[in-house]
Design a protein around this ligand. Structure first.
Ligand SMILES: [Zn+2]
Length: 492
């Protein structure tokens, strides 16, 4: 008997509408750009959506899994239209090859291009046109900006329940199991959604503590209710300017009334906690003072989330390093990182041991602070390749381009050829830095960083410095998000 046919494809990208950066095909091709057996090899054993799909494939012997085009790029700026057109073409071409019994997509939910603030909606609509009433499922990032119109195109869906995202694979498995049950006729799920009219920053959105952990417990209660198939609460992506901006509660149940009740109730609960998401952070000097005053073992860690590449940062803002240079700091201090391909190339030309006069930061744009002139020694050169050892995207092979470790007045500063968040201990080990043994570590990172570093850290302190992903949303100019959304103290 012919096996049932499942198509799998992936487009995972989070776009910051307010950074000067753009993402082209090269960014996608450098990170994930695979299909067929190459996709099986690439994702096997990884805590990613496609890794999760591969892991449950043996549970469905009646189904044949086809891995069509799968791609992702590290979060950054708006996608160039030509790149999006090519990705869409590859996914649609794969889907047009044959008739399917179900189609699953691993999406992010906060992708945007230069000329389209909701390309995932348009992709899903085109897929729906192509496959007719074939069951269609999708999973999303917890920071997806989801529209009710988007969800109406789906038969099954789920998203991450954790931030840091350590359940990407489980989100895919939840969505896929429901999709296959639906395709096999065992269930007929109905999807309902509700939105909070606000844009929430993600500083205080971690699911281990604070308002989002309370929300996840309430969502868990709903997930245990008879008749409920899945409940996912999306915080939304604050720097994604989209008509679908803002948090969304999505529920799937046998009855649409029950699904709608779950979504509505969760959004009511979120509304009562709304203001706790708008945090006030210390400036870099104050944050460093606080970190260094903390006792205990392990590194004191200071995070500069306004320049976190995973939120659309550009690896370029100088304020934290400037404050660090003006601080009386301990011997074992490291700073990750600056995105500076010309500097990396020059260091590789000069070789380890050389002394170089460089300018750190303010290279992409001086808008967030002027470059810092320094004299530095080239300590270590690397090819930028490692495998994640921490729980976030565990075991995913990483390539941050060539890198250099510089010694700047005793601070070990890393510069890289590509702009990626230093989220994993292996990133530092690659540079001969044992993060557990540091006294002070300063990073351009936010919450995903905490997945691997919380355990070893003496303290973790977020600071607010000028950058493309700052804590205050008031000065960002939203053009596509609905007017009237609350952004903390004011509305857009
Ligand atoms: Zn996310």
């Amino acid at each position: 008997m012919r096996k049932r046919q499942l198509a799998i494809a992936r487009l995972w990208y989070e776009a910051n509408s307010f950074t000067p950066m753009r993402a082209g095909l090269a960014e996608f091709q450098a990170r994930e750009w695979v299909s067929g057996d190459a996709a099986r090899r690439f994702y096997a054993g990884t805590a990613t959506e496609i890794g999760g799909v591969l892991a449950i494939e043996p549970d469905y012997p009646d189904w044949e899994f086809h891995y069509l085009h799968c791609t992702a790029a590290p979060p950054g700026g708006l996608v160039e239209p030509a790149a999006m057109a090519e990705i869409k073409r590859l996914i649609l071409e794969g889907l047009a090859q044959q008739k399917w019994d179900a189609v699953y997509l691993s999406l992010h939910g906060a992708t945007a291009t230069v000329d389209d603030p909701m390309p995932e909606y348009h992709l899903l609509a085109e897929i729906r046109r192509l496959i007719g009433s074939t069951p269609l499922g999708a999973s999303f990032d917890l920071h997806g900006n989801l529209g009710v119109e988007m969800l109406a195109l789906l038969d099954a869906t789920s998203g991450y329940h954790t931030y840091p995202h350590v359940d990407m694979h489980l989100a895919a498995q939840r969505a896929l199991r429901i999709l296959i049950d639906r395709a096999d006729g065992r269930i007929a799920p109905r999807i309902a959604a509700a939105k909070l009219p606000a844009i929430l920053p993600s500083f205080n959105m971690r699911t281990a503590e604070g308002p989002m952990s309370e929300m996840q417990k309430l969502a868990d209660d709903w997930r245990r209710r008879p008749g409920i198939l899945d409940v996912t609460l999306y915080g939304g992506f604050a720097y994604g300017d989209s008509p679908f901006a803002g948090p969304t509660a999505v529920a799937m149940a046998d009855e649409v009334v029950l699904a709608q009740e779950a979504a509505d109730r969760l959004v009511q609960e979120l509304a009562t906690r709304r203001d706790r998401f708008y945090v006030v952070l210390p400036d870099p000097a104050e944050g460093l003072r606080g970190a260094l005053a903390t006792g205990g073992s392990g590194p004191a860690i200071v995070l500069d989330p306004a320049d976190n590449p995973l939120s659309g940062g550009i690896g370029d803002t100088p304020a934290l390093l400037r404050a660090l240079l003006a601080t009386d700091r301990p011997a074992r201090t490291a700073f990750g990182f600056f995105w500076d391909p010309p500097l990396v190339a020059e260091c590789h030309r000069l070789g380890e041991g050389a002394t170089i006069h460089a300018k750190l930061g303010g290279r992409v744009t001086p808008d967030f602070g002027a470059p810092i002139p320094v004299e530095a020694r080239v300590v270590k050169l690397t090819d930028g390749r490692f495998r994640n050892e921490g729980p976030y995207e565990h075991q995913l092979p990483m390539d941050v381009g060539r890198t250099v470790r510089l010694d700047v007045q005793g601070i070990q500063v890393i510069a890289t050829e590509s702009c990626q968040t230093p989220n994993d201990p292996a990133y530092f080990r690659l540079h001969g830095i044992d993060p557990e043994k540091l006294d002070l570590l300063c990073v351009k990172a936010k919450n995903h960083f905490r997945a691997a570093f919380t355990k070893m850290a003496r303290c973790l302190i977020d600071v607010d410095a000028p950058g493309p992903a700052a804590a205050s949303l008031a000065h960002y100019k939203f053009r596509h998000a609905p007017q009237g959304l609350y952004v903390g103290k004011s509305s857009i």
